[in-house]
Design a protein around this ligand. Structure first.
Ligand SMILES: NC(=O)c1ccc[n+]([C@@H]2O[C@H](COP(=O)([O-])OP(=O)(O)OC[C@H]3O[C@@H](n4cnc5c(N)ncnc54)[C@H](O)[C@@H]3O)[C@@H](O)[C@H]2O)c1
Length: 325
């Protein structure tokens, strides 16, 4: 069991989804957690939820639009002033494109507005770099800290639309390269890949009656053994408590691998399906029946998994075969 008592954390984009789940877990482990979003009322609901759980940590809601450089600068100035320069964890999570991706997944990139790049990668990538710069300036002074980018398998594999994968690959590479500069200051930078996570928006999409049969089946399969939004938060709490975290800096880490290493379950008592499992990979390729017969514990070693992803043909589990040449 880890404890985050006395730790100061910042989770961006925490009014719903994975960011909210991470904040709920970090405070459960005792952290003081700054949470951001554009709507202070929604953030206050998260703060209220934390209070009703009677945990030792607390949330501090801060209205911040992560597409505004000035708003982001003020956020870090406030944390620095209130916490005497202490920031132990930054989670780069704010993301403004989930709905856009759901609505435009079936269009080729040239048929979408050029703005799609900014919709996906302004808050979802540029802002991550900007927050990393601000956080690093605080962390290197104290010679400790952890920065986590919330990324996904989309960093290696075609998923949704090209700007999505480009953004995720860049977030993975950001962790790898920034980790080099940060290493001598004992500050770690990691790219975390949750598996499918059943957030509020995903829940609504699964209920969408206009989904084609193929896409509905693919989505329902993907999210049938999904993580809860709090599971990535548990993983980050364990990463924070890892005394050897600098050995992992710069790496891509799968949430379910941290669960396996530390032998913990999701908040609903279940084990989410590991993306390295044969079961997951077959299902992801649309081989649902075969996947049903394979036990979930049969997993491919991580190195081989990454190699397979790099070599895999550009096929998204959410697109139809006829979408390709
Ligand atoms: N949901 C999944 O299955 C899944 C799986 C793997 C990785 N991810 C990644 O996790 C991250 C979060 O995804 P999610 O599913 O929780 O998304 P979400 O849309 O549910 O939540 C995104 C959060 O960012 C906030 N936000 C958006 N624009 C903002 C802005 N301009 N300023 C401040 N806050 C802003 C939203 O208010 C919300 O709190 C994304 O990078 C996503 O790709 C998601």
């Amino acid at each position: 069991m880890c404890s985050l008592e006395g730790k100061v954390c910042l989770v961006t984009g925490a009014s719903r989804g994975i960011g909210r789940g991470i904040a709920l877990q970090l405070t459960t482990y005792g952290a003081t957690c700054y949470i951001t979003g554009r709507n202070i009322e929604n953030l206050k609901l998260v703060e209220k939820e934390v209070k009703t759980r009677y945990v030792s940590g607390k949330c501090i809601p801060v209205e911040c639009d992560h597409s505004s450089d000035e708003s982001v600068k003020q956020l870090f100035e406030r944390i620095s002033a209130e916490q005497n320069g202490q920031l132990d964890l930054l989670v780069n999570n704010a993301y403004s494109a989930v709905k856009y991706l759901m609505d435009n997944h079936d269009k080729s990139f040239w048929d979408q507005s050029f703005d799609s790049w900014d919709t996906v990668n302004n808050v979802g990538l540029r802002n991550h770099y900007q927050c990393a710069v601000h956080a690093s300036r605080m962390m290197i002074k104290r010679r400790k800290g952890l920065i986590v980018n919330i990324s996904s398998v989309g960093g290696k594999l075609y998923f949704q639309i090209p700007p999505y994968g480009i953004g995720k690959a860049a977030k993975d590479r950001m962790a790898k390269d920034c980790a080099v500069d940060l290493a001598k200051y004992n500050v770690a930078f990691i790219s975390l890949w949750p598996g499918p996570v059943r957030t509020e928006i995903i829940g609504e999409s699964l209920d969408d009656k206009s989904l084609t049969e193929d896409r509905g089946r693919a989505l329902n399969w993907l999210f049938s053994r999904a993580e809860s939004p709090e599971y990535p938060g548990k993983c980050i709490a364990y990463l924070m408590s890892d005394k050897d975290i600098m050995k992992r800096t710069g790496q891509v880490i799968l949430t379910t691998d941290i669960g396996l290493e530390n032998d913990f379950k999701d908040v609903n008592g279940q084990d989410p399906l590991n993306c390295r499992s044969l079961k997951f990979m077959l299902g992801g390729m649309g081989m649902y029946t075969l996947s049903d017969y394979i036990p979930g514990w049969l997993r491919i070693p991580k190195g081989l998994y990454m190699m397979i992803l790099s070599l895999a043909k550009a096929r998204s589990p959410l697109k139809k075969k006829s979408d390709y040449a």
